[in-house]
Design a protein around this ligand. Structure first.
Ligand code: HPA
Length: 276
């Protein structure tokens, strides 16, 4: 079992290495999902650090994830962005997956913006839609907060009545409206993956109240709530999981739809950054 004191010390070591290479203080942490890394190129990059050079950082294994921390400015805000994130299906623990969020908090970030690629469950949705996450369901079967609690990082039983900030959701919707970008709203359910869902599973996930399904985001958002950060989550619907009209999944199509929807999502994120 990881001793919490160790984690606190590790956090200081990760943060010191980053601060040795970057003099700034972060306002906002951003995690970019599968096929959604282009926003990183819009950041006025001051420092770029491969994860492998940050002590205690997990190292990403999926090819479509670049695996580097970008520090710089975007829309007047000081940003720490992850280009490439960690997934449970890669073999990391939920605690490891969420570790970078704690680092972001230590660097000063009080706001977290997360994006992901997700399968649409709500039949009103279409591939290519952008969904603002209102709430989530954790079906990963794991939780990043399991183990002794370190009160310096957050409380034992964190409140989950508003893991996604109502204020940021309202702002994101306002920005979308101002830019004539249609958006959906919905509940994101996280599953371990790496296989996509069976038709019976898609039907079940819809029945329990989810609008989109993916393999990420929830561990990071739980830790952000624990750290009392306010979070905005955005899913790009890359394919539809309709149990009665299911087509074989294609990673190529998922990435293509992510790339097509990405500019809409980036516009919303940039608009939100400008106004916070
Ligand atoms: N299921 C799970 N994760 C996903 C999907 C899906 O249908 N599409 C993109 N990520």
């Amino acid at each position: 079992m990881v001793m919490q004191n160790d984690e606190y010390v590790k956090l200081q070591e990760s943060t010191s290495e980053i601060m040795r290479r970057w003099c700034g203080r972060a306002n906002v942490g951003i995690i970019l999902g599968t096929g959604l890394g282009a926003l990183a190129d819009r950041i006025e990059q001051e420092t770029v650090i491969p994860y492998s050079e940050i002590p205690h950082f997990p190292i990403s294994t999926v090819e479509s994830h670049a695996g580097r921390l970008i520090l710089g400015r975007l829309e007047g805000k000081s940003i720490v962005a992850m280009q490439g994130r960690f997934h449970y299906y890669e073999g990391y623990s939920a605690r490891e997956i969420a570790y970078p969020v704690r680092v972001m908090k230590e660097l000063g970030a009080s706001t977290l913006i997360v994006s992901n690629a997700a399968g649409g469950l709500n039949p009103q949705f279409r591939a290519g839609d952008v969904m603002i996450i209102e709430d989530h369901i954790n079906l990963l079967g794991v939780n990043p907060l399991i183990g002794p609690n370190d009160n310096r990082l957050g409380e034992r039983f964190p409140d989950m009545s508003e893991p996604y900030s109502k204020e940021l959701i309202a702002l994101a919707r306002k920005v979308a409206l101002q830019n004539a970008i249609p958006t959906q709203m919905g509940v994101y359910v996280s599953v371990p993956g790496p296989n996509l869902e069976t038709r019976a599973e898609y039907r079940y996930l819809r029945m329990i109240g989810a609008d989109a399904v993916g393999m990420s985001t929830v561990p990071e958002v739980i830790v952000a709530a624990h750290a009392k950060m306010r979070t905005l989550g955005i899913s790009v619907i890359t394919d539809m999981g309709l149990p009665d009209a299911l087509e074989p999944a294609s990673l190529e199509r998922i990435l293509k739809n992510a790339a097509e929807a990405e500019p809409k999502m980036n516009q919303i994120i940039q608009g939100v950054l400008k106004q916070i």
